[in-house]
Design a protein around this ligand. Structure first.
Ligand code: UDX
Length: 447
């Protein structure tokens, strides 16, 4: 089957490469000439485990190609995926759909024969209707069926998520699209992944509902962690104890510094806006957004309290800057607010991240980037684990103790166990676990 994927960013590239790996003939398109030239040379513009291998393999097999022009690949394709970005619009939090609509206009002029146009980008309810309207307006003769097929890819596990999904959601209005979509995903169907067919609007909603629910789940356990600290409970046991109930489920109950990334913050906000527009507010999601925003900066206060209220002139070493491990993505990472909060309170920041330091430079200033965790910790008053990279799971605490000014570990991801850290003479502060040794006082980081 011939497939064109418009937009070769994170979602487009992963989807295109995986579809080629299933045996389809795929062309990934992007208007960024440098990106396409690099891809043609085998240079992958993003960090995603396993992606390079699968791209190179399928390019070599002739099933995956790259192009800056829509015309030929779209005219030859039976299915065209739209996978361009839908960032938050500045000012109002709505998703910015201008890229999606531009592409719709462009492809309307070049489609030939019956073509299924699939929105893969995360788009608000009703976008499929608008895409269809734009295509018909630009070319009344275009014979297209517009389908919604949201992605549920986690960064760092995107290949696995694409190839072994829990489900594939497909929203169709024109029944002719159904067999085409079934054919696109036939290899997965054989993997027993259920295809969930529904209407286009419902499919668009499912994507937002899934992300909002997960964001809510994380935020719930984060607040539970605060309560554990207040009353003397253990949030990991709470998560385990409730997660064994099949109706709740144990995943996404890991307390931490708040969710970040390119999806949850943007999608929860866009859903809140949609619900408000339709006068059907989603109050739980509104609160989730607010609580998570406040939490990121609250983490700076937590670090300050652990150091002892006044952090002026103190050096704080952060381990991990990306919003989660195995990615170089810094978008909406909790580290940004933590750095800002600590700097506002007068601390100097050193940091190390295995993949994110280049991107981090665009999000924070006056940070000294170190070559490894030990260089970051040299002379520091506190070491803070912000992102749980594997590289931080077996730190040499004897060595750290020798280089730090005062041995304090603030573990915002609960990577370690108190007793195993304290034997090395460290003070240990974590999230929602008992006997937190936090100095009392108001802390020096402003709300
Ligand atoms: C998410 C969804 O999982 C995916 O289905 C969707 O398509 C895109 O958004 P992603 O943004 O890559 O994927 O990251 P994810 O692994 O879901 O983590 C999101 C954030 O939540 C991270 O900041 C992570 O640290 C945090 N998180 C996650 C927690 O704090 N606790 C958890 O238990 C799980």
């Amino acid at each position: 089957m011939r497939i064109a994927v418009v937009g070769s960013g994170y979602v487009g590239l992963v989807s295109g490469a995986c579809l080629a790996d299933f045996g389809h003939e795929v062309v990934c398109i992007d208007s960024d000439v440098r990106k396409i030239e690099a891809l043609k040379e085998g240079v992958i513009p993003i960090y995603e485990p396993g992606l390079e291998e699968i791209v190179l393999k399928n390019v070599k097999a002739g099933r995956l190609q790259f192009s800056t022009s829509l015309e030929e690949p779209v005219s030859e394709a039976e299915a065209v995926f739209i996978a361009v970005g839908t960032p938050s619009r500045r000012g109002d939090g709505h998703a910015d759909l201008s890229y999606v609509y531009d592409v719709s206009r462009q492809l309307a002029r070049v489609v030939r024969g019956f073509t299924v146009v699939i929105t893969k980008s995360t788009v608000p309810v009703g976008t499929g209707d608008e895409v269809e309207r734009i295509i018909r307006e630009a070319n009344p003769n275009a014979d297209v069926a517009v389908v919604s097929n949201p992605e549920f890819l986690r960064e760092g596990a995107a290949i696995e998520d694409f190839k072994r999904p829990d489900r594939i959601v497909i929203g169709v209005e024109d029944e002719r699209a159904r067999p085409v979509m079934t054919e696109v995903y036939r290899p997965l169907y054989l993997n027993k992944a259920p295809l969930v067919f529904t209407t286009r609007r419902t499919s668009e909603l499912i994507k937002y509902a899934a992300n909002a629910f997960l964001a809510m789940k994380i935020t719930f356990i984060n607040e539970m962690a605060d309560l554990c600290e207040a009353v003397g409970g253990n949030v990991q046991d709470v998560a385990h104890g409730i997660g064994l109930d099949g109706r709740i489920g144990g995943k996404f109950l890991h307390a931490g510094p708040g969710y970040g990334g390119s999806c949850f913050p943007k999608d929860t906000l866009a859903l809140v806006k949609t619900a408000q527009d339709y006068a059907s507010p989603l109050r739980l999601v509104e609160t989730t957004v607010a609580v998570n925003d406040q939490r990121k900066r609250a983490m700076a206060r937590k670090v300050a309290r652990a150091i002892g209220a006044d952090v002026r002139g103190k050096t704080v070493a952060l381990l991990g800057l990306t919003f989660k491990p195995n990615t170089d993505d810094m978008r909406d990472a909790p580290s940004i607010a933590i750095v800002q909060g600590l700097q506002d309170a007068g601390a100097s920041i050193r940091a190390f991240d295995p993949e994110g330091m280049t991107a981090a430079r665009d999000y924070m200033s006056d940070v000294t980037f170190a070559a490894d965790p030990y260089a970051a910790a040299e002379g520091a008053d506190a070491l803070v684990i912000v992102t749980e990279w594997d590289a931080f799971r077996a730190l040499d605490f004897r060595r750290l103790r020798g280089t730090m000014k005062s041995p304090l570990l603030v573990d915002l991801r609960n990577v370690y166990r108190r007793d195993l850290i304290e034997v090395h003479g460290f003070r240990y502060v974590s999230i929602g676990r008992p006997a937190e040794d936090i100095a009392t006082g108001l802390g020096a980081v402003a709300e």
